[in-house]
Design a protein around this ligand. Structure first.
Ligand SMILES: NC(=O)c1ccc[n+]([C@@H]2O[C@H](COP(=O)([O-])OP(=O)(O)OC[C@H]3O[C@@H](n4cnc5c(N)ncnc54)[C@H](OP(=O)(O)O)[C@@H]3O)[C@@H](O)[C@H]2O)c1
Length: 391
């Protein structure tokens, strides 16, 4: 039986969380068991996509939480339980962290090695462990099946990665993101030695995901009708619910497990057909799936990863991002909500978004484009429709 204090605390957290869109579903209705030893956790960031999930879980586990950011985003009061420090890593203003100590630091928003260096200068010797949120984009080759954490990393081609700034990164995000994340990982080891955990997420999805990359799929399935399914139905997709990632980050803080981890899911091979049928199991409604080969779509100018987000054909340079080896993270405690839970909560969150965000997604092809592609495919005398067949 949870104690009366735990129940009250859980209720306070739930109330605080419900003030921030998409967060209420992050708070487990039944109280989470308290950690054996409460920690002082510093979260660099903490108010964007995944940070609030970390905060919610860390509080539920009984930890003391401090967040550090510029204070530009809406934050829940967290029942007054979170210390909020302000500074700006763009300008190297980390004064609010000076002279303080924490057991663990989780660094969420960093892509620039200079940000890691600055954090190290203030926090080295003052935090027991440093968790750096990186990305699977660090890998030099995104094609292979089963990329492990030991695969070669993208090399930074410029003169000095520490000289890169937010402006230079923004100007060449596609080319610099992976190499700079990799250089930041190296800087983390330089600053914090062996007391480092590197987390490399794949696509992070679910409530609060403002990229709309995963979100496009369940929304398309829920619209029904004839739906274009790229490829032959077997190409795998991978992603991780932001809440699973947030909770696991706190678990890593508790265990202080050093090392490097690919943080993506699920814990089975999820082919395209299983994926769209899994989405349809949640959305329901009449639908008919029509497979269209990737080569035909490429010939029509379809951009995989953008027009069809998070999906890549077998010969694509990111084909491996649907089948990254995640066994090490699972062994270290990463767990995955069922797809249906992610999708159900995501759709509920999406329905509560402002009109403009509901109308205009930031990823995925329009219905008109899809219809034109299907028309072209049928005109080529192919695919009269296959799949559920109850349109
Ligand atoms: N989305 C994906 O699919 C995906 C995939 C792989 C890896 N990742 C990585 O996962 C991480 C996700 O981070 P998140 O956005 O979920 O973290 P978050 O901690 O929830 O949000 C980002 C935080 O950084 C703060 N921040 C931004 N610029 C700052 C600055 N100059 N100085 C101080 N604070 C600043 C923001 O607050 P203020 O704006 O108020 O400062 C905010 O609190 C990123 O490292 C990303 O590269 C994402």
């Amino acid at each position: 039986m949870p104690s009366r204090r735990a129940v009250l605390k859980s209720a306070a957290l739930a109330a605080a969380a419900s003030a921030l869109p998409g967060l209420s579903s992050a708070v487990t209705p039944a109280p989470v068991a308290a950690a054996g030893k409460p920690l002082r956790i510093l979260i660099l960031g903490g108010t964007g996509f995944t940070g609030p999930f970390q905060v919610a879980h860390a509080l539920a586990r009984g930890h003391q939480v401090t967040v550090f950011n510029r204070g530009r985003r809406p934050v829940p009061e967290w029942g007054g339980q979170v210390e909020q420090l302000q500074g700006d890593r763009d300008t190297g203003d980390l004064r609010a962290l000076q002279g303080r100590e924490w057991d663990v630091c989780i660094d969420n928003p960093t892509t620039l090695p200079a940000w890691v260096r600055d954090a190290g200068q203030v926090l080295r010797g003052r935090v027991g462990h440093y968790i750096f949120i990186s990305s699977i984009s660090v890998y030099a080759d995104g094609r292979p099946v089963g990329i492990t954490e030991d695969a070669p990393l993208a090399r930074y081609a410029g003169a000095d990665p520490l000289a890169e700034t937010p402006a230079s990164l923004a100007a060449d995000m596609a080319a610099l993101f992976g190499p700079l994340k990799a250089a930041s990982e190296a800087e983390a080891r330089r600053q914090f030695g062996d007391h480092v955990t590197i987390v490399r997420p794949g696509f992070i999805v679910g409530p609060r995901d403002e990229t709309d990359r995963f979100t496009w799929w369940p929304l398309r399935v829920s619209a029904g009708g004839e739906m274009l399914v790229p490829g032959d139905g077997h190409e795998p997709v991978q992603f991780v619910d932001g809440r699973d990632l947030g909770e696991w980050s706190v678990h890593l803080a508790e265990t202080r497990t050093p090392g490097v981890f690919n943080a993506t899911g699920p814990d089975y091979r999820l082919g395209t057909d299983a994926f769209v049928h899994g989405l349809h199991a949640v959305t329901g409604g009449p639908i008919r799936f029509t497979h269209v080969p990737a080569a035909f779509l490429a010939g029509q100018g379809v951009a995989f990863g953008a027009d069809l987000p998070i999906w890549f054909p077998a010969d694509h340079r990111f084909a491996g991002f649907g089948q990254v080896d995640n066994r090490r993270a699972i062994a270290a405690g990463l767990r995955f909500r069922p797809l249906a839970t992610t999708v159900g909560d995501l759709l509920a969150w999406h329905r509560a978004r402002p009109d403009e965000r509901r109308r205009t997604l930031r990823a995925g092809m329009s219905r008109e484009r899809e219809t034109a592609l299907l028309r072209a495919w049928h005109a080529a005398g192919k695919g009269a429709g296959e799949g559920d067949g109850h349109a």
